[in-house]
Design a protein around this ligand. Structure first.
Ligand code: ATP
Ligand code: MG
Length: 573
């Protein structure tokens, strides 16, 4: 774990200044506000690390708030997965809130806005409203319904809520300023009608639902959030966030918060996380899932938290990655190589090493009696304190086809019938003597002799060879399905390309191979143990092949491993 002191990020600087100035009586409260319309992705983790991190560091509280204002797309499946993923990442919320908890308060607030002449019911279509918005340099046009009497607005808004008006026929708009240079002030929509879907928590209680801008800041305010941290696309929303709160805080204080007239939440923004060769949008991910272009939200190629977990990423590796990239106020793109580098760094120290042969050819040791013996190998070379494992060694082994060449030049140090000695890892020194081929000239068996006095860990084991190769014992080897993943998209930034992003998917992002693995892997041939609702992942390094994790498709008979990352690190600082 990294213990070095990191300099403060710009939000931490703001928080420390606020604390020094005694703002909010020293109270620090943040929230993480996902909309439960999809699974969390690694972009969300950046926000989670900020929101929960600030609360942890400054003795504050971070609440989990579901921004559930659109029943069309939301579901409890997403609520459950979000809670699970946050716990898996190792964060703890104070309370769980839902924007839907405030529907009554928000509705009453809307009525109050109408009564104060600050909101009106518009009967135009969405297209008409959009056309009248104007451009940043040209003022918009007022709706013909803008000045309808307060009584009529009240009656119509109630009719909207009563289910008397069809979806899309009317909206409630704030009456602010159609000429404001900030387009968000040009009479933003506060409420829309949705009757097509029941809400996952409030059922059919509501027929009108608040828009993000009318719900988010208010929710922060009702809860007592001090620092409302989000991503840069909300910078342009911030004045509206403040405007709505101005209507019932400060000199307009309406008793809607226990923290008094002076209290108000403040919004701060940081740069979103974007990573090369992937997409970072729930909408696009949902499309991939629904159309079967990936195996599900937890497909190991997905940048979702559950996908990364299934791929073998540890929570620590993901958090380390977020800590490496930091927080700024400029958008950018992070190299996928850095994420992979971070998980390698994390697993390097903990993942036991295991042998598996991916492209096996049989090796027969002709001077071996055939009596099986046990070899004890360290889980991680040079670290006896991290334990050992047992392998069997016998007359017939599998080795990698590429480790033998019938005719080798002097630069090939591995097996060849040229008198050169090669060590079988953790076992004996051998010398190739020849090979056998099938009718197509493909090598079927390699022959060798071994030196029984050269066993690793004995006196004779100190003899050096130029090469060490991997092997597994044929008689005890198990067949293992290894799923090898590559980047999900062919292009660096699929979101920046024109056309259909689905056509940019990498057709070679999954390769499945069956390999021969040493028998010690039998131990993990069962469903992972579940502790506190969280499945315990088993990680390995398959020698020369990369880091792997047991996939939940594993049964007692069939072991499936996902490659988390290969060993080759392309990341350069
Ligand atoms: P998406 O665009 O994938 O649908 P979203 O922003 O709509 O994401 P929300 O559920 O509204 O998803 O996000 C919850 C929080 O996570 C918000 O504060 C949002 O700013 C933050 N967040 C979402 N995506 C990213 C990202 N790529 N990087 C950093 N923070 C993000
Ligand atoms: Mg959103």
């Amino acid at each position: 774990m990294e213990t070095e002191e990191k300099s403060l990020n710009f939000i931490e600087q703001i928080v420390e200044k606020d604390l020094q100035e005694g703002k909010n009586d020293g109270r620090i409260q943040t929230r993480f506000p996902p909309e439960p319309n999809g699974y969390l992705h690694i972009g969300h983790v950046k926000a989670i690390c900020m929101d929960f991190g600030i609360a942890e560091k400054y003795n504050g509280v971070c609440n989990l708030r579901f921004d559930d204002t659109n029943p069309v797309k939301e579901d409890t499946e997403y609520v459950d997965s979000i809670e699970h993923d946050i716990r898996w990442l190792g964060f703890h919320w104070g309370n769980i809130y839902y924007a839907s908890d405030y529907f009554e308060q928000l509705y009453n607030l809307a009525i109050r806005f109408i009564k104060e002449g600050k909101a009106y019911v518009d009967e135009q279509t969405a297209e008409q409203i959009a056309e009248q918005k104007g451009t940043p340099t040209e003022p918009g046009t007022a709706s013909p319904y803008r000045d309808r009497p307060i009584e009529e607005n009240l009656r119509l808004f109630q009719a909207m809520q009563n289910g008397e008006i069809e979806d899309g026929r009317m909206v409630l708009r704030a009456k602010i300023d159609m000429a404001n240079p900030n387009m968000h002030f040009r009479d933003p929509i506060m409420y829309r009608i949705i009757t097509t879907h029941p809400h996952h928590r409030t059922g059919r209680r509501w027929n009108v639902y608040p828009m993000y801008d009318f719900a988010h800041g208010q929710s922060d305010y009702f809860e007592g959030v001090t620092h409302s941290i989000c991503t840069l696309e909300f910078v342009v929303h911030r004045p509206l966030y403040d405007y709505f709160i101005d209507q019932f805080a400060g000199e307009n204080f309406a008793g809607l918060s226990p923290y008094g007239p002076e209290y108000r939440p403040h919004q701060y923004e940081f740069n979103r996380l974007n990573i090369t060769y992937t997409v970072m949008s729930k909408r696009k991910m949902l499309q991939l899932v629904k159309e079967g272009l990936v195996a599900g939200w937890d497909d190991p190629r997905m940048p979702t938290v559950c996908g990364l977990r299934r791929r073998g990423y540890t929570a620590q590796a993901i958090r380390d990655f977020i800590s490496k990239i930091g927080y700024t106020k400029v958008e950018g793109m992070i190299d996928l190589g850095l994420l992979e580098h971070t998980v390698r760094e994390n697993l390097k120290e903990t993942a036991p090493r295991v042998c598996a042969i991916f492209d096996p050819v049989k090796l027969v040791i002709t001077n071996h009696t055939g009596e099986s013996e046990t070899i004890v190998a360290e889980n991680i070379d040079g670290h006896p304190e991290l334990g050992t494992r047992q392998m069997t060694f016998s007359r017939e082994l599998y080795i990698e086809r590429g480790d033998f060449l019938e005719q080798a030049d002097k630069n090939f140090y591995r097996l060849s019938p040229n008198g050169r000695e090669v060590r079988l890892k953790s076992a004996y020194i051998i010398q190739a003597t020849g090979c056998e081929k099938d009718a197509d000239g493909r090598i079927t068996t390699v022959y060798a002799t071994y030196d029984p006095e050269s066993k690793s860990g004995t006196e004779g084991g100190n003899r050096k060879t130029k090469a060490t190769i991997n092997w597994v014992d044929c008689s005890t080897a198990i067949d293992v399905e290894a799923r090898l993943y590559d980047r999900l998209f062919k292009v660096e930034n699929p979101s920046a390309e024109e056309g259909d992003f689905r056509e940019l998917l990498n057709p070679d992002s999954l390769k499945v191979v069956t390999c021969k693995a040493e028998s010690s892997l039998r131990e993990v041939m069962h469903k992972p143990q579940v502790i506190d609702g969280i499945a315990q992942c088993k990680h390995f390094q398959l020698l020369k092949q990369g880091y792997f994790v047991v996939d939940p498709d594993t049964t007692d008979e069939h072991l499936v491993l996902n490659r988390t990352a290969s060993l080759k690190d392309n990341w350069q600082k």
